[in-house]
Design a protein around this ligand. Structure first.
Ligand code: NAP
Length: 248
């Protein structure tokens, strides 16, 4: 029960990687806030019940993290409910893949606003509380394409590269306040986001993975848990690839 007494917000945690992170933190004793935007209420209820079975408190807050006021409200409601906030995982993310020559301004803006500005919005509001507590862990979900770039993902890879710069800047600003800020860069993880990719592209990616399998949401969740635990208290400003060795 490493995280007993802690309170965690995981953005976009109604499915996929965010849900796996949420359950991992709850399993290890943290009270949790499920943030979602369009997930069905029965699925959110089911996640709350799973968390209760671990003996922790879970609440769900609907908020669009790309909206500054809604992000502020998400953090405020959490502190109103639990009285503190220890862990923020900026996980909410979208793709709008196409070549630059075909990309609309909206496709670019939507991805930057959700992935990068959403990370800024939640971080900005959460640190007000963490600075007063003089403790906190923030983990941002980047991507290997933020390091390598990817044809058809100029908007997405820009947002994920931006998250890496944001992570390192925040780590430098907040280290003296007892707050760690790290990022993880997943490779190909099996979720709804990657389910839509064509089979030949999936095979090409699989061929490039030394561990010869795609990642699972739980592979990301265990590393995020480590970064939020006391085992990682001397780690900040780092980006950890979780990609089966795809990028090295
Ligand atoms: P996913 O299954 O599509 O889940 C995305 C989540 O983000 C959903 O829970 C969604 O909430 C939420 N979300 C989207 N826009 C939001 C907004 N404006 N406000 C609040 N929540 C919002 O994708 P995933 O694969 O689990 O991805 C999770 C994170 O990992 C993303 O940041 C993604 O870029 C990153 N990542 C994924 C992979 C991969 O291979 N899957 C690789 C590298 C990085 P609702 O469903 O409620 O709308």
């Amino acid at each position: 029960m490493e995280l007993k007494g802690k309170v965690s917000i995981i953005t976009g945690s109604g499915k996929g990687i965010g849900k796996a992170i949420l359950l991992k933190l709850a399993e290890n004793g943290s009270d949790v806030v499920i943030n979602y935007m369009s997930q069905k209420s029965e699925i959110i209820e089911d996640i709350i019940n799973q968390c209760s079975s671990f003996g922790v408190r879970a609440i769900a807050i609907k908020a669009n993290v790309s909206n500054h006021d809604e992000a502020k409200d998400l953090i405020k409601k959490t502190v109103d409910e639990f009285g503190r906030i220890d862990i923020l995982v900026n996980n909410a993310g979208i793709t709008r893949d196409t070549l630059v020559m075909r990309m609309s301004e909206k496709d670019f803006d939507d991805v930057i606003n959700t992935n990068l500005k959403g990370t800024f919005n939640c971080t900005k509001h959460v640190i007000n509380y963490m600075i007063k507590q003089r403790s906190g862990s923030i983990v941002n979900i980047s991507s290997v394409v933020g390091l390598t770039g990817n044809a058809g993902q100029s908007n997405y890879s820009s947002s994920k590269a931006g998250i890496i710069g944001f992570t390192k800047s925040c780590a430098k600003e907040l280290g003296s306040r007892g707050i760690t800020v790290n990022a993880v860069a997943p490779g190909f993880i099996e979720t709804d986001m990657t389910d839509v990719l064509k089979e030949d592209l999936k095979q090409k990616m699989l061929d490039a993975i030394p561990l010869k399998r795609f990642g699972k949401p739980e592979d990301v969740a265990s590393v995020v848990y480590f970064l939020c635990s006391s085992l990682a208290k001397y780690i900040t400003g780092q980006v950890i690839n979780i990609d089966g060795g795809m990028v090295m």
